[in-house]
Design a protein around this ligand. Sequence first.
Ligand code: PLP
Length: 386
Amino acid sequence: MQFYLDHNATTPMCEEAIEAMAQVQRFSFGNASSVHSHGAAAREKLEEARAGIAELIGCEPGELYFTSGGTEANNWAIHGILENYARCAVVYSGIEHKSILNAVENQIWNVPVHKILVREDGLVDLGNLHYTLRTLRERPAGGNCLVSIMLANNETGVIQRVSEAVSAVKPHALVHTDAVQAFGKIVVNAKVLGVDLMTISAHKLGGPKGIGALYVRDGVEIEPMIRGGHQEHDRRAGTENVAAAVGFHVAARRRHQVLDDYQERTLLHVRELVEALECLEDTWINGAGNVRLPNTVNIGFDGVNSDSLVLMLAHAGISVSNGSACEAGSVGGSHVLKAMGLTDESTENAIRFSFSDDLPDGAIAKIAAEVIEAVESLRGMIDIPL
Ligand code: PLP
């Protein structure tokens, strides 16, 4: 029995994307910047992919820049704006992915940074955002600032009120959203959200690893982070990864074709699991009561060390995680749960289940039985042979 329930960490590639990438590697292998016919063939594929993804997120193709993934796009959004907008301040939340936290906290321009509060239910506190922005407007340097709030959290799945945040801070701030987890799981439209910058990534929705994109609204000035040739309109140098861009597009298109069904099925898996675990006492859902990604549930088990639970479930063939894969190996509980105000102990009691839409019938009952057994054994209620 093997169940992979860690789709927020990464997903297997969909067959259509694998096949489309193989075709590009075989037949459209040219350098997309070369002027000859091989280059033109690759360029055509690249631009087709860009236009297709742009359509899915509701922007113009010229507003979408391919990157090596979500991490690069997040770093670029922060550093590319700070380099360009002098006297800017950065406002961000404590539940952001490490690629935002570390980009903000390690910037070289020494601009002021403000971490806004997060409510216990996992929502970024928009009241605190208002207050922070008002305080910033009063400073002598003026109110220019960059706000970065993710669209959906990778650990809890909680969907943030990004368009409300945009209305609250305009016209004093540029807004970036990290939509890596949201894209492909819910409808994501950059124009409807009203953001100026938005990050997406391929490997969370059945596409290849190592490719993502940054939406940069027309008119926003951003400095390149990677300098070199003229690729991506002089904004992101490096020979374009055409096959990966095509794989990204094909996977994203496929997911959007079945999005309603994907949402229904994954939500059903989450509900079934939660119901099946109701027999366990002292168990809670982090981010309960909020609109969450349909495929994600983060469950706390009082008195259970999540590292041990993850290992026990892995031993039983069930792959889940406690926190982001990027933080594996770091000591202490999840920074997301800490930002939500959980006690240190509770942050170490939680694991994330992130589903795909293709679990076989009866799978949830087997998974729940393993979880119950592992939790009871870790709570010292039963002995199971390892
Ligand atoms: N942002 C979020 C919310 C993520 O969950 C991840 C990946 O885990 C990233 C950014 C980084 O994306 P990538 O793995 O493409 O670098």
